[in-house]
Design a binder for this molecule. Structure first.
Ligand SMILES: Cc1ncc(COP(=O)(O)O)c(C=O)c1O
Length: 441
């Protein structure tokens, strides 16, 4: 079933919910009048339905978390089965559901990462990873990258490389920000090699006392930046970080919360470079639509804490973890990483063909079904054009396609649909997106 907006959005039922939400949530959520308002009544596969019966294609993947699609039958069955038997026991208890998820996660994790600490959100997995790295090394300082996003937990909010995600909070995380090697926006010049340049800056920070960076506990990085605008670093960058962390005794943390779990055409984005971290954080799609996150890591680090050092009331939730096991099964059985690679290559070609010569489209890039379309005021200056990006998202929404956004100025259209999306539906939604971009000059 394709997109269908038959009642101009927001229809009366959606508007009613928006009004009630505004009353109880204040200015918190994005509702009505924003570039991508959304009131969802039900969701299935890649389709979101609003209370007035409008259907939208979820090319944003609901914050990139609907990796296996909404309400996948395997997840629905697993949840139904689990919830009647055991829903919650304290995280001090064990259950078949919990250990089965942990084993399944280790089963798909990179070699050498074979211990798990659970969480409920990406933020708390990253908090745990940073806290662990600090307690293992006895150091505090952390290197993060411009454009990075790690969540809103107290331990990581200061590491967010986008000012608007940390400005009002004032929680310091002993963070040092270095430029992420974005080949399109590398600050040291267009012809300079961003990967080599970025590594030189990390080396300087770690090894030169004049850098002012103290002994570093961890380097935390997204192998492909999501919120930063689907930025794929040059070959060799992650391998270089691995070497520098080993030399310095710093813990290397890969955040695979958005770019992992099949999104880029491999199970983990870092597989493209053959580099394994010490700790890897996972979340979003791995819960199959329920709240599951984890740190997966090397035993040498993960064994550092005594039993009971890491607890939270709901982190071993049996229902969520049954959904997580089902999601891992779906990724494997439906070969979704491979599907992401194939559909992603086709999607990139389709978009590039449709948008060839379109003024203001600076770059179309991606890996697997993780695609960014960068909007600029003109190709020469490459000045970001967040205004047009917002207009495109709003116009696409009115035609039944939900687009994500990213980039340091929110100038990138981000596509990360369910990896299960029907090919015909994907083509249709991509064509609508290209057409909308052309219509918003
Ligand atoms: C790379 C990355 N890390 C961490 C997070 C935080 O996850 P959560 O929103 O589940 O706390 C996000 C969320 O967008 C993310 O994209």
């Amino acid at each position: 079933m394709g997109p269908a907006v038959t009642v101009p959005y927001p229809g009366p039922l959606a508007q009613g919910i928006i009004d009630r939400m505004r009353a109880v949530e204040g200015a918190g959520p994005r509702t009505g009048g924003d570039d991508a308002p959304l009131v969802v009544d039900s969701a299935s596969g890649s389709t979101l339905t609003d209370p007035d019966g409008n259907r939208f294609v979820d090319l944003a993947g609901s914050f990139a978390a609907a990796t296996i699609g909404h309400a996948h039958p395997a997840v629905v069955a697993a949840v139904r089965d689990q919830v009647g038997r055991l829903s919650h026991v304290s995280s001090a208890s064990m259950s078949e559901s919990r250990v089965a998820f942990e084993e399944a996660l280790v089963g798909i994790a990179p070699d050498g990462l074979d211990r798990v600490l659970l969480g409920l959100s990406g933020s708390d997995a990253n908090d745990t990873a940073i806290r662990l790295a600090r307690s293992v090394t006895g150091r505090r300082e952390v290197i993060a990258f411009s454009g990075g996003y790690f969540g809103r937990g107290g331990g990581v909010i200061g590491l967010n490389g986008k000012a608007r995600f940390r400005e009002t909070v004032g929680i310091e995380a002993d963070a040092h920000f270095l430029p992420y090697p974005d080949p399109y926006r590398w600050p040291l010049g267009r012809d300079a090699d961003a990967g080599t340049g970025a590594l030189a800056l990390v080396r300087h920070a770690l090894h030169d006392p004049a850098s002012g960076v103290g002994p570093v506990a961890a380097v935390v990085v997204e192998p492909v930046q999501g919120n930063g605008g689907v930025v794929v670093p040059p070959d060799g960058f992650l391998a270089g970080l691995r070497e520098l962390c080993d030399d310095h005794g710093a813990v290397l943390i890969f955040d695979e919360i958005q770019c992992g779990f099949g999104r880029t055409g491999r199970t983990w984005a870092a597989e493209h470079s053959g580099v394994a971290p010490d700790l890897m954080t996972v979340g979003k799609g791995i819960g199959g639509g329920l709240a599951v996150s984890a740190v997966v890591g090397r035993a040498a680090f993960m064994g550092h804490w005594p039993p009971g050092a890491h607890t939270s009331t709901f982190m071993g939730d049996a229902v969520n973890l049954a959904a997580g096991s089902a999601a891992i099964g779906v990724l494997r059985d439906e070969r979704l990483a491979e599907r992401s690679a194939t559909l992603g290559t086709r999607a990139l070609e389709r978009l590039r063909t449709a948008l060839t010569g379109e003024p203001g489209v600076g770059e179309i890039r991606g890996l697997g079904l993780f695609i960014g379309i960068e909007l600029v005021t003109d190709g020469e200056t490459r000045n970001p054009d967040p205004g047009r990006t917002a207009r495109i998202r709003r116009a696409a929404f009115d035609r039944g396609v939900v687009l994500g956004s990213g980039g340091t100025a929110e100038q990138v259209i981000k596509l990360c649909p369910p990896l299960t999306i029907d090919e015909g539906l994907l083509d249709k939604a991509l064509d609508l997106t290209s057409d909308t971009i052309r219509g918003t000059r």
